[in-house]
Design a protein around this ligand. Sequence first.
Ligand code: NI
Length: 167
Amino acid sequence: MALLPILEYPDPRLKKVAAPVTSFTPDLVRLVRDMAETMYAAPGVGLAATQVDVHKRVIVIDVSETKDDLLVLVNPEIVAAEGEAECEEGCLSVPGYYDKVTRAARITVQARNERGEPIERTAEGLLAVCIQHEMDHLIGKMFVDYLSPLKRARLAARQRKKQRLAG
Ligand code: NI
């Protein structure tokens, strides 16, 4: 297992669109394990392959308090969505920044796990938010893209300052 480096906003690689997984190989199982380890170590509740510069439709999520309920979604598709809910979100690719985003309150997602077995989950609350947030990463979209232009400009200035300080 290995910890993978996480790309930080506004890295242009975060805008890449991920390709569907076409074969379920030991490499995929290894990627999922490494992504889970990286997410738990961060610590975070979700991680998309895009964030570790792997452009495949793979997500890991664990919103449990005990951190023992890993959900692996390969090639996820939302097949039903209803309602609206506003939730404060953060992202491992935008460390230290949190803001409110409105998303569907309840969703049903179909996917496969890392062994290719089909999964269907209906989710609400934090899990629903997290699935939608991570699926956005797979199409090159980030939660900060939902913010007002003013807020995004402030965030861009903050990131530039941070990068200058980092040399
Ligand atoms: Ni994120």
